[in-house]
Design a protein around this ligand. Sequence first.
Ligand code: AP5
Length: 232
Amino acid sequence: MAEAGGGAGAVRMVLLGPPGSGKGTQASAMQRRWGLVHLASGDLLRANVKENTELGRKARPYMDAGELVPDELILDMMEDRLSQPEAQAGFVLDGFPRTLAQAEALDERLERREQRLAAVVYLRVTEEEILRRLSGRLTCPQCNAIYQVDTMPPRQMGICDKCGSALVQRADEQPEVVRNRLRVYEEQTAPLAEYYRSRGLLHEVDGAIGVERVLAEISRMLEQAAKQAQAG
Ligand code: AP5
C-alpha cells in the first residue's frame, strides 16, 4: 500500500481482537509503513502508571487484575490524544474502543467532525495460540516495541533492537490474569464485532498467519474499502 487509504484521504481505523491477537504488532507496523498514528490505550495507560500520574494511580488496580479501566477515564484520555494535530492525518486505534459505551462515544466524536471510520479489523486467533504467545512476549517499556521469544526474538536476548532498553514481561501476563483478560474480552469487548458488522465496517482477518501476511491482508482490505467508499 503506497499511501494510507490508497490515496482516499485520512484513514481512521480500529483493530479489534482478544489480548495477544497482534493488535499492537500490526498497529506499529502500520505506523512505520504507512505513517498512521498508532493510538494504543494500553500503552497510554502504562505510561501513566510509570509516571505515577493521577490517571495511572486510578487505572493500575484494574490493569493488574485484568479488568477494564472505567469508561470515563479512558474516554478523557482518548479524547485528548485524538485531538492532537498529528492524529488529524489518520490513525489506527489499538485497544480502544473496548465497550459499547466507548464505541458509541467514538462514533459521536467522529460524527461531530464529519469523519468516519474506514474499517474495523478483527484479528481472529485461538485461545491456545494466545496463551502460547503471551507466555513468551517481551515488551520494551521505553518505546513499546513487541517481541516473542520463540517467533520474534530480539537480536540480543532481553534488549530492545530499536532503543537498546531492557525488555520486560508485562505485569498483566501471569496466566491467571491473562485468563481473566480473555473472560473480560468475551463479555465486554467481543460484542463490538456485531456492533461494527451491522454498520458494514467489520473485516475479519486470520491473525494466526505470519505478521507480514496479516499486514498484507489488512492492506488489501483497506484498499477495497477505499474503492467501495469512492464508488458509493
Ligand atoms: P492492552 O495493552 O490494550 O492489552 P490487550 O488488548 O489485552 O492486548 P495485548 O497488548 O496483550 O495484545 P495485542 O493484541 O496488542 O498483541 P501483541 O501485538 O502484543 O490493555 C491492557 C490493559 O489496559 C487492559 O487489561 C485494561 O485493564 C486496560 N485498558 C486498555 N485499553 C482499555 C480500554 N479501552 N478500556 C478499558 N480498559 C483498557 O502480540 C502478542 C504476541 O504475539 C507478541 O509477543 C507478538 O510478538 C506475537 N505476535 C503478534 N502477531 C503475531 C503473528 N501474526 N504471528 C505470530 N506471533 C505474533
